[in-house]
Structures are given as C-alpha cells and as structure tokens.
Design a protein around this ligand. Sequence first.
Ligand SMILES: [Fe+2]
Ligand SMILES: [Fe+2]
Length: 271
Amino acid sequence: MGKYNISPDLNPYEDVVLYEDEDHKVVYLGTYAATRDFHDSHKTKSKKKKSEDVDVISYLIVNRNEGFIVDPGGYNIFPRLITNVSKYIDLDNIKYIYMCHQDPDVCGSIPMWKDVCPKAKILIGQLWVRFIPHFGVLDFEKVCVPIPPQGMEVELGLAKLQILPAHYMHSPNHFSIYDPISKFLFTGDIGIAVLPDPYLVVSDWPTHMQLMKPVHEILMASNKACRHWVERMRKLDIEAILPQHGAIIPKEHVDKFFRFLENLKCGVDLI
Ligand SMILES: [Fe+2]
Ligand SMILES: [Fe+2]
C-alpha cells in the first residue's frame, strides 16, 4: 500500500512527493512562481507576484528508476525544474518527456530537455509532432513518440500509464494520463484555475470553483466535449486530479469537479 501526501498545507513553492511506494513515486516539482524573481520570499506563501505570467504545475513519475516528466513547462522554469528533477532521478534515466498538448507553457523548454536527457523520448499527440521543430528540436522524427488520437499505454518500469483522449478540452489532440498505481489523473489544462494567492491542494471547493469557471468558459470547446470527457473519466478509480495550472483536486472534490464540468456552458455554447 502506498503513502499519499496530499494536504492543503503543502507549499506550492517547494517540490514534494505526493505518492510513494516501494517501486513508484509521483512528485510535484515545485514550479509555482518559477519564472519570477522572488528572492528570499519563496519560503512564504504570501509574497506578492511581480508579474502576471501563468504559473504552471509540473510533475515527475518514477517507477523502478525510470522517469516520466509530465508537462515540463516553458523556457523560464527550466532551471528550477532540472534542479528539482535531479533530486529524485538521474537525468539519464528519464525515459519520457510528456506534453499534454502543444502550448508554449507546456513545451517551451523542450530543446533544453533534449540536450540534458538525450535518451528521453518526447511523447506528444500525433497532430503536434510536426510543430515540435518550431521549438528548436529539428530531429523531431527520431525523438518523438506520437500519441495516436485514441490514446495509448506507456510502460514505465513496472507501471503501465494510460494516455487517454481529451480532445477539444481545450486543444484538439489534448490528452490526460491515468496512473493506475497512484490513481492520479493528470489532466493538463482541464481542472485549471487562476489563483490570486497560490495553494497546491484545493480545500475550499465553492471558492475554487469560482476561480476555475472563467478560464474553463474560455478554454473548453463546448459542453458536449466536457460531458464526453467526464463520462469516460468517471469509470476510473481516482485519488486526485492533477492539472497543469491552479491546484490539485483531491478525491473528496473529484465528483463535484465532474458535476461542475457536466453543467458548464463554455466555448461555442457561449457564442
Ligand atoms: Fe493550453
Ligand atoms: Fe496550460
């Protein structure tokens, strides 16, 4: 039985192990405010932001000394990320760098990752593979493993990670990952929020839902797309939802999140 560490007290500015057992580990990489010059303030949660760039949340999955980076983020967060990843695994043992879709806040650091992890494969939706050279990775055909539209299974050590379609939530060829060991669902830009004061784990659901609503109304394609995704995800046994912005949604709020999405009017519904 693994150990979970998902609490509203976690510090969004520091890396932390969220799940751990003998073979398997899931780490939050401490990426909040990684693009900002916040000097000594990173130990406090209350520091005012100096700029309004989008905070990202990146994760690392390790099984039997093979590593899988979930959404490495943009150019500016690379120094923080590489420092924190190196605490948990040798960079030579990174097997996959996964990007849920093509946006710069997900993929912007990819040429640097390729330099430091030359053995790692880039996992990205098949539609986006030919866009990878525009981030500076010219030998993309050798390096990329295209995810087919129907998704795929990926082996990591003894684990089998399920890459599941999340098309039009918000991007076409967007994917979610289900890790059957930790029972975490990594959702990229689904379940995100813009937080005035960062926290890593949701505790006050009504307030958090209000912070999620405007960004989902803009980014999600339609209520039909939301319902289709929720219908498939409800079949999974989920311990927490781990998005790429905002905060982790723990088990107690997962069903409320699904109901929020099922009832959301968004995208083309609002034209
Ligand atoms: Fe995006
Ligand atoms: Fe994003």
